[in-house]
Design a protein around this ligand. Structure first.
Ligand SMILES: Nc1ncnc2c1ncn2[C@@H]1O[C@H](COP(=O)(O)OP(=O)(O)O)[C@@H](O)[C@H]1O
Ligand SMILES: [Mg+2]
Length: 284
């Protein structure tokens, strides 16, 4: 359980800014869902929080401390699972556990890894299979089991269910929500990137929408215990329907604005090119 605070967080991979001044405080135990069009910097923000990229001092704090490289406090779950293909699914969990619990012997590592395999609704016989012999849903369950097994207080999930079919996705959403809720007063803080407004509505305590790059946070919404949608109210509660429309509209407006900007830029480039050719011909 860690709070995350951003104070005018700026970041670019080179000269060009990707994030242009984010201000946000996530409380410990919040489930923050990030929405925004492709390329706006959602993964970049997770990588900064994970400590895989470096921000300027003072702009990003986790648990009251400046982020200074990766830490076992924070775990990432990726869309492409991130399981080592040369190890069995079970060993993928054991090796992560070993990093955190250095004194544990093999039987203890296996016992805890098996417990999390079961917690994620996986059959124990899958434990000794290699990732290539598992379905996408099973691989993502193992990756999620690994993330929860090492019990990091901050979980960073980057479109983890983006590649899964609808039923598998719904089951995994319920599992993650349940594991997070079961944490009670020790709930993990989760940052979860998704393309799906419905997924954000179902999972989040807080929704952030990032604008196009160089991006800022252009919309936030916080739920209370009483207003947080459930699967039952997701498509029936008028307040949720209204919020879904608003979020969808904001995202579409951003996409249209970007498309228009690119079109105008193209037209300007073409016109500049024509003027250059005309001037060259005149000179000849
Ligand atoms: N390692 C990198 N080096 C240089 N540019 C990158 C790198 N990773 C991402 N970018 C660029 O940063 C921008 C934001 O990317 P990303 O954070 O992946 O967006 P999102 O996850 O919202 O789709 C994009 O323009 C992308 O091309
Ligand atoms: Mg991304």
């Amino acid at each position: 359980m860690l709070e995350v605070s951003m104070d005018n967080l700026q970041f670019g991979y080179g000269e060009e800014l990707v994030l242009s001044g984010l201000n946000y405080n996530a409380k410990a135990g919040d489930f923050v869902c990030l929405l925004g069009q492709s390329g706006c910097g959602k993964s970049t923000l997770l990588r900064l929080i994970a400590g895989l990229e470096k921000s300027n001092p003072g702009q990003l704090m986790v648990g009251g401390k400046p982020v200074d490289g990766p830490s076992l406090d924070r775990t990432m779950v990726f869309q492409d699972y991130g399981l080592f293909p040369w190890m069995t699914a079970g060993d993928n969990i054991c090796i992560a556990l070993k990093q955190k619990y250095k004194t544990w012997d093999k039987p203890k590592l296996k016992e805890v890894a098996l417990e999390w395999t079961r917690n994620l609704g996986l059959d124990e016989e899958l434990f000794d299979k290699y990732p290539m012999n598992l379905s996408g849903g099973q691989k993502q369950r193992f990756a999620t089991a690994r993330a929860f097994a090492i019990d990091a207080p901050l979980l960073l999930m980057d479109e983890p269910f983006g590649a899964l079919d609808a039923v598998t996705k719904a089951l995994l959403q319920d599992t993650v929500l349940e594991l997070w809720q079961n944490g009670k007063e020790k709930r993990k803080t989760i940052f979860f990137v998704t393309h799906s407004v419905d997924e954000a509505l179902l999972l989040a305590t807080d929704i952030l929408v990032l604008g196009q790059a160089p991006s800022k946070i252009i919309y936030t919404h916080s739920f209370t215990e009483a207003t947080k949608p459930t699967r039952e109210t997701l498509f029936t509660d008028p307040a949720v329907l209204d919020l879904r429309n608003r979020l969808t509209q904001i995202i579409y407006d951003e996409i249209n604005e970007k498309a228009l900007r690119l079109k105008q830029q193209k037209a300007a480039d073409k016109s500049a090119e024509k003027t250059t050719i005309f001037n060259r011909k005149k000179a000849i």
